[in-house]
Design a protein around this ligand. Structure first.
Ligand SMILES: Nc1ncnc2c1ncn2[C@@H]1O[C@H](COP(=O)(O)OP(=O)(O)OP(=O)(O)O)[C@@H](O)[C@H]1O
Length: 469
């Protein structure tokens, strides 16, 4: 049976391309360029799916979507948008859109989503949600648009989310956005940075303790789990969690109940867990430093934040955003010169958005004129004052030297021991990228497969531990 698709798009060129691609898949496509035409077509014919642009000649395709949903609750709607803000993505899904595609989009992916929508015609009827504005999550680039799409998918459920990405890429901000825009916005958002708490105090910090549970526990204390009840608990730097705390956390996630340190009662807790890490957990699992079962519990929906250098399109909008913030915090009002913007876009940004933010605040403070020029940016970059954390800025050679200085390796073994230490993360990286496929890992590494197999066995690395994405 042939399915009808309604394509509402006022850019003729885009409409033609999409139409041709969908017709190639055997779908029958009607096109419209206005809200009025859309409504007429919907009244005349039954459609399996509608694809619609947001800004149409006579109105907003999202704002008017509520009525469409009421009249045709079973018809999936796919939104195509050139206004690539998180706000648009959220508005779209709150109005019940089946999928959201920021422009420019990947045509194959759009076709795939359309076919999928045709098959699952039972998309649930959406309700009119409120519009959330002013979210400070900037991300015009394609990779960030993908992040926005993932965010919209977890707003109206309590799925456990694991936010991955280098330091300073905005992991905490994403967690906050999910909380603020989602079902739990009325509840508390409680953030815990596992790396910042002394190891021996982590369990009591998370789960609380009873009076007298340990020396110094002079009163009962309520932990972060209980504080976050009804809301979201954000566990940052999850890779730094000690083994005992991992076990306790796993138990809490499995049972929905916690026990305070030194306490006997099981207390039911209603929290959504969002965790984050800038470390690659796979090799930690392989080494036995992170529980695999906990990893699967936390990693129900992974959201990967790309490093800033992989999304240069975001750099200028971010810089402008930080200038506005700097001004609102009492720093002089500045604008960004085009030459300065170009220079910023070419940097490596090891410290990611945080490093850019620090540089912009300093530039706002130090610039001699209202417009920040390339010279000002260059001098801040040269002086290394952008604010990258010193531990992040250290290069790998320095890290190795520091590591060696702290070791006590027997004479005659230094070279092989140190080399093995370096090989471990290299092999783990290749194996985790190739899901444990030794042939592909060997190709990636550029070494012989037998050499790889031999070294893995010598280093006691189990490639099976990397099987699965
Ligand atoms: N997309 C973004 N739009 C606006 N501000 C951002 C964005 N991403 C990050 N920031 C800002 O950059 C800073 C660092 O972000 P955040 O603390 O969320 O990073 P993180 O990945 O959690 O870092 P870490 O791993 O070091 O904890 C914050 O001040 C945040 O507000």
């Amino acid at each position: 049976m042939s399915h009808n698709v309604l394509l509402v798009e006022d850019d003729n060129a885009i409409a033609m391309v999409i139409r041709a691609a969908l017709e190639d898949e055997g779908l029958s496509v009607d096109t419209c360029d206005t809200v009025a035409c859309r409504d007429e077509s919907l009244a005349e014919r039954q459609y399996s799916v509608m694809l619609t642009d947001v800004m149409l000649l006579d109105g907003d395709g999202i704002e008017t979507l509520g009525a469409v949903r009421d009249n045709y609750p079973d018809m999936p709607v796919i939104i195509l948008s050139a206004q690539n803000t998180l706000d648009t993505a959220v508005r779209a899904t709150e109005r019940g859109a089946f999928e959201y595609f920021p422009k420019p989009f990947d045509l194959d992916e759009l076709v795939r989503a359309t076919l999928q929508a045709v098959q699952s015609r039972s998309a649930s009827a959406g309700e009119d949600g409120e519009t959330v504005e002013g979210l400070p999550l900037i991300g015009r680039s394609q990779p960030m648009q993908e992040v926005f799409r993932m965010i919209t998918r977890v707003l109206h459920n309590d799925l456990t989310v694991l936010v991955l990405g280098e330091s300073g890429t905005g992991k905490e901000l994403v967690a906050e956005a999910i909380h603020q825009l989602g079902n739990r916005k009325g509840g508390p958002f409680v953030a815990v940075n596992t790396a910042a708490i002394p190891r021996e105090l982590i369990e009591s910090e998370l789960f609380g303790h009873e009076k007298g549970a340990f020396t110094g526990a002079t009163t009962r204390s309520i932990g972060k789990f209980e504080q976050a009840s009804g809301g979201t608990l954000f566990l940052d730097e999850i890779g730094d969690m000690p083994a005992e705390a991992q076990t306790r956390l796993l138990r809490a996630l499995q049972s929905g109940r916690i026990r305070r340190v030194g306490g006997n009662d099981e207390i039911a807790v209603d929290v959504r867990i969002i965790s984050a890490t800038n470390r690659d957990l796979q090799p930690m699992i392989a080494r036995g430093d992170f529980r695999e079962d906990l990893y699967y519990r936390l990693n129900v929906v992974p959201i990967k934040l790309p490093p800033l250098r992989e999304r240069p399109d975001d750099i200028t909008p971010l810089a402008r955003h930080f200038l506005v913030r700097a001004a609102s915090e009492g720093l002089p009002k500045r604008t960004l010169g085009a030459d300065a913007a170009r220079l910023l876009e070419k940097q490596y940004w090891r410290g990611n958005v945080r490093e850019l933010q620090n540089l912009i605040f300093r530039a706002a403070l130090l610039a001699r004129e209202d417009v920040i020029d390339a010279d000002t940016v260059r001098s801040l970059l040269d002086s290394g004052q952008a604010g990258t954390d010193a531990s992040e800025a250290r290069d790998i050679g320095e890290q190795v030297a520091q590591w060696l200085a702290a070791q006590d390796i027997a004479d005659g073994e230094l070279y092989h021991t140190a080399l093995a230490e370096l090989e471990r993360p290299i092999f783990a990286h290749a194996l985790s990228r190739t899901s444990g496929n030794q042939l592909k890992a060997a190709q990636m590494l550029g070494i012989n497969r037998n050499t790889l197999r031999k070294r893995l066995s010598e280093l006691d690395i189990d490639p099976e531990a990397f099987a699965r994405g």
